[in-house]
Design a protein around this ligand. Structure first.
Ligand code: BGC
Length: 559
């Protein structure tokens, strides 16, 4: 279980930070985020100085898509895989970003959106023009059986049928997401070869890895059989009402991922991370590591985002992971991303605690001290919450469409608003220029921004900064065994992270209640505070004392 530190890879020990480029930083001052903006903010992420007073200290950036795109799904609809969208800059800008990031010890992970292309991609334009062209079989084309309106009952994840009629071919094509995002036919060897060529293109340029978008839906049933409707489900136009036997998580998808992994293995030290979003079934996600560890390095599972802010539930998810993931594989956790409401917005209502700062610090501690690789989402380190006041005419998420039965589609824009850099115009998004950003900044930016937070020793940002440093300096936190000391957690969690030479205890009190002891089983040892919401670092702590309300403490067993 416990591995010697030397053999651990950067994607196991490091902290990965997701940037949504449209709203991170606007370097060319046109209101839309771009690569030059990110370059200017690199020092904030990691300036290369382990004792820096201003930088966060992350190890890798995952960039949401930056390739050429008509932006119907804001980059998740690619029209040219080998170029950068002019919105974000140029290939030269990308090379500069890569070089400057590497100089600071930051790796770059690209989002690889290969389940589908944009309907503006030349491959689709060619494929959809006729039945007789070299790319005619590059997408999932079907003709309905006589008397049927649609080829089958497969739905789009974004709402309604997944089939779209194309007049030129008098056929339908399938789209798991928006109709502007036709799914590729992964059974076609030419498609696979073209994608692997794209992967090599970016690896040759020096990228450190990929996040495979929608990596559990690549392969579809070659016979296009109907998915069974779930028991008692009545709405046939809802993706979630079906058992996805024939359009998701097919065995063939594992073969594809093994092939992609083999391409990565031609290069040194690159990482393959997959969005294994499979109806929240952990087992199905973890087998994406591959029976022989030849698929994903990291399978992004959705335990934390789908949990309420409740220790018993969260601990159960960690325990499931610990039991299910093979010793040679590695867990990966996240709280927020660009598709879901931010955790402080999700959890504030269902929590025992109404203090969002306390939740933010406790959640940060959980994410960064559980065994596995943490993914942070930009702004999470500040305590950013969703902007739920975006006027309808300013919404940008055009991909999520209304199904026939659902009244209001859920826009994902609330969690995608501009990073809050300072108290100036539009939170400093365009570096001091008064330019209206792509999405409106959250109204709380005058109080909640990087500049202000750096000056407040108790801010969420400074807590994250300290947490990242504590993690970096502790082998137990980076790769030690996880063991809970509370078997029936109610309103607190206490767990150990252990290696042969270091033991760290993490205690999180989720509530106002204070009857919880840090531990009753370990005595006679002294424990030093590494980081705490209630005690100074370096203080010695008695484990038999009760936890204080909302206390978060990370303690190291003294030698
Ligand atoms: C991405 C979404 C995107 C979808 C289609 C997802 O899983 O995270 O943002 O809309 O794939 O590409």
């Amino acid at each position: 279980m416990v591995k010697p530190s030397q053999s651990l890879k950067w994607w196991q020990e490091g902290v990965i930070y997701q940037i949504y480029p449209l709203t991170y930083a606007d370097g060319n001052q046109d209101g839309t985020g771009d690569l030059r903006g990110i370059i200017r903010r690199l020092d904030y992420l990691n300036d290369g100085d382990p004792d820096s007073a201003t930088s966060l200290g992350i190890d890798a950036i995952w960039l949401s898509p930056i390739n050429t795109s008509p932006m119907v799904d804001n980059g998740y609809d690619i029209a040219d895989y080998k170029d950068i969208c002019p919105t974000f800059g140029s290939l030269e800008d990308f090379d500069e970003l890569l070089e400057k990031a590497h100089q600071r010890g930051i790796r770059i992970i690209l989002d690889l959106v290969i389940n589908h292309t944009s309907n503006q991609h030349p491959w689709f334009l060619e494929s959809s023009a006729s039945h007789e062209n070299p790319k005619a079989d590059w997408y999932l084309w079907q003709t309905p059986f006589a008397g049927q309106k649609l080829p089958n009952n497969w739905q789009s994840y974004f709402g309604g049928t997944g089939w779209k009629y194309c007049e030129a071919r008098d056929q339908f094509y399938f789209h798991t997401f928006n109709e502007n995002q036709p799914d590729l036919n992964w059974h076609n060897p030419d498609v696979r070869a073209a994608i692997y060529d794209i992967i090599r293109f970016w690896l040759d340029r020096g990228v450190d890895g990929f996040r495979l978008d929608a990596s559990s839906v690549y392969s579809k049933d070659p016979y296009f059989r109907d998915n069974p409707l779930k028991y008692e489900a009545t709405d046939r136009n809802n993706y979630n009402n079906y058992h996805h036997l024939y359009d998701k998580n097919l065995p063939e998808t594992h073969r594809i991922i093994r092939e992609i992994r083999a391409v990565l293995e031609e290069y040194d030290d690159r990482a393959l991370i997959g969005e294994t979003f499979i109806d929240n079934r952990l087992y199905d996600s973890v087998i994406f590591h591959g029976v022989d560890q030849d698929e994903l390095h990291l399978a992004i599972t959705f335990e934390f985002p789908f949990s309420p802010w409740y220790p018993g539930y969260l601990q159960r998810e960690i325990e499931k992971n610990e039991i299910t993931i093979q010793p040679s594989a590695w867990p990966c956790y996240f709280l927020d991303n660009h598709d879901i409401p931010r955790h402080l917005s999700r959890w504030i209502d269902c929590s025992l605690c109404v203090d969002s700062e306390a939740i933010a610090k406790a959640a940060a501690t959980l994410l960064l001290t559980v065994r596995g690789t943490p993914l942070l989402y930009y702004g999470q380190e500040l305590g950013m919450v969703d902007n739920t006041d975006i006027p309808e005419e300013k919404l940008q998420d055009r991909a999520v469409v209304q199904s026939e039965t659902e009244e209001t589609p859920d826009s994902r824009d609330g969690a995608r608003t501009p990073m809050q850099w300072d108290g100036g115009s539009h939170a400093g998004f365009s570096f001091g220029q008064d330019i209206e950003p792509w999405l409106p900044v959250h109204a709380n930016y005058p109080e909640l921004n990087v500049q202000t937070a750096l000056q407040n020793p108790d801010s969420i940002l400074n807590f994250y900064r300290r947490l990242l440093r504590v993690r970096k300096q502790s082998e137990a936190l980076r790769w030690g065994k996880w063991r809970t000391l509370v078997h029936y957690p109610h309103e607190h969690m206490v767990y150990l992270r252990e290696t042969k030479t270091e033991t760290v205890l993490v205690a999180i009190n989720f509530s106002y209640e204070q009857p919880f002891k840090r531990d009753v089983t370990i005595d006679g040892e002294s424990w030093t505070v590494l980081l705490s919401t209630h005690y100074e670092a370096g203080k010695l702590i008695d484990l038999a004392d009760n936890l204080q309300a909302f206390e978060v403490s990370i303690l190291q067993k003294s030698r």
